[in-house]
Design a protein around this ligand. Structure first.
Ligand code: NAD
Length: 398
């Protein structure tokens, strides 16, 4: 993943005429913190990589996962620098990770692990230095523990030191829907700029969790010409050519099998989602979901990346050769980090904004970034990913 992230950045940087030295300087993180957390007599390796502060304090999530390595955290930190720059935020890029499977820990142990991480990181973070947020297997409760321990360690209040907190600890309205709604706004912008708002289009979605569900909800509202006909989770694909109406769900973020009117859908293996004969394929599940083994099966003319890195570099090249457009993760899933930025702004100014204000601000920012990417790609005849990276690099490499 690190190699693949760096390869696409190197290519875009060379296109812009940067020297090898400038490119390698940019790729090298400014700081790397390697820590050991201790809980119930066991040690857990932990990291925080602070990649670039060229545009503002480092920003990026903290993941708890047994597969976390320094290389993975480096790659994710680098991509955060690109993402915050591409969407025009006054923030840099960073990422944190702890090599732990949270399912192995009790709740008090998880709290102790988080507090140890905050104590050790305290000298290096803060609302003006580095602002972590949730990522895989971390949530508002964990951010609240981290903030509490950080404030105790440094001896003063600093609610803007973490984002993704719970609402009563200074969290923002709109965080839950942000990534899905932002992705829907990017797709809507794309359809408008390519004159496809009235054209009937079909959609298949891999993954129907937080990002996927709210994306589907918002699309149903804002892009009625797009009909969802297939969706999948890790076990099955459900195919219903008549259309799947997610607005009839009885509660938010249902599992696919909890959706009404799916009884008459055709049930296929999970992997079948990739090859569905649709106009748009949205990837909202995992990294490397489209790879050398299944890329030939992709029939959609447009792929939308809600997940981080859902297409391998080799598969992306093949999609490009056969004329499939890809709206890249850097822009598509940035609604979450934009709302994180708005939470940070609210904390710094001791304000609490309405959900409507937060989502309106997020939507106009992400649409502006999508428009800039689409225009740049059309003008230079490059992919949307290259355009987004080039827009970011022009701000980051001086
Ligand atoms: P989630 O855990 O809420 O949902 C994940 C979904 O993917 C579930 O429906 C799950 O069943 C499905 N899934 C898992 N393995 C699968 C497989 N092999 N095949 C098909 N489906 C599979 O996660 P999420 O928050 O919706 O995140 C999804 C992706 O989006 C991740 O890559 C995440 O990093 C990325 N992302 C999410 C956010 C956010 O705010 N939620 C922000 C940025 C990026």
């Amino acid at each position: 993943m690190l190699a693949s992230a760096q390869a696409s950045i190197r290519q875009a940087a060379r296109n812009l005429g940067y020297t090898d030295k400038e490119i390698e300087n940019f790729l090298r993180p400014e700081h790397e913190h390697e820590l050991t957390l201790k809980v119930s007599g066991k040690n857990y390796p932990a990291y925080r990589v602070q990649h670039s502060s060229e545009l503002g304090p480092y920003k990026g999530g903290i993941r708890y996962h047994s597969d976390v390595t320094l290389d993975e955290v480096r790659a994710l930190a680098t991509l955060m620098s690109i993402k915050t720059a591409a969407v025009g935020l006054p923030l840099g890029g960073g990422k944190g990770g702890v090599a732990v499977d949270p399912k192995d820990l009790s709740t008090p142990e998880l709290e102790e692990l988080s507090r140890d991480y905050a104590r050790q990181l305290a000298p290096h973070i803060g609302s003006k230095k580095d602002v972590p947020a949730p990522d895989v297997n971390t949530n508002g409760q964990i951010m609240d523990w981290l903030l509490d321990e950080y404030e105790k360690t440094v001896g003063h209040e600093d609610p803007g030191a973490f984002t993704g907190k719970s609402l009563n600890k200074g969290g923002s309205e709109g965080r839950v829907v942000a990534t899905g709604y932002g992705a829907a706004a990017v797709l809507k912008t794309y359809l408008e700029s390519t004159g496809q708002t009235d054209k009937p289009l079909t959609l298949a979605m891999q993954g129907f969790g937080n990002a996927g569900y709210w994306f589907a909800q918002k699309l149903a509202e804002d892009c009625p010409n797009v009909k969802l006909i297939a969706l999948s989770n890790s076990k099955h694909t459900w195919l219903k050519p008549a259309g799947i109406d997610v607005r009839q769900a009885s509660h938010p973020e249902p599992r696919p099998e909890e959706l009404p009117n799916l009884e008459d859908a055709v049930v296929l293996p999970s992997e079948a989602i990739i090859g569905q004969d649709v106009d748009i394929l949205a990837l909202a599940a995992l990294e490397n979901a489209v790879n050398d083994d299944n890329v030939e099966a992709v029939a959609a003319g447009l792929v939308v990346e809600l997940a981080n890195g859902p297409i391998t570099a080799g598969a992306a090249e093949k999609l490009n050769q056969k004329g499939t457009s890809v709206l890249p993760d850097i822009i598509v899933n940035s609604g979450g980090v934009i709302v994180s930025y708005l939470e940070w702004q609210q904390n710094l100014s001791a304000e609490h904004w309405s959900e409507q204000r937060v989502l309106k601000t997020m939507t106009s920012r992400i649409q502006a970034a999508a428009k800039a990417m689409i225009a740049d790609a059309a003008q230079k005849k490059i992919t949307y990913r290259q355009a987004a990276i080039e827009i970011a690099l022009k701000k980051l490499i001086r």
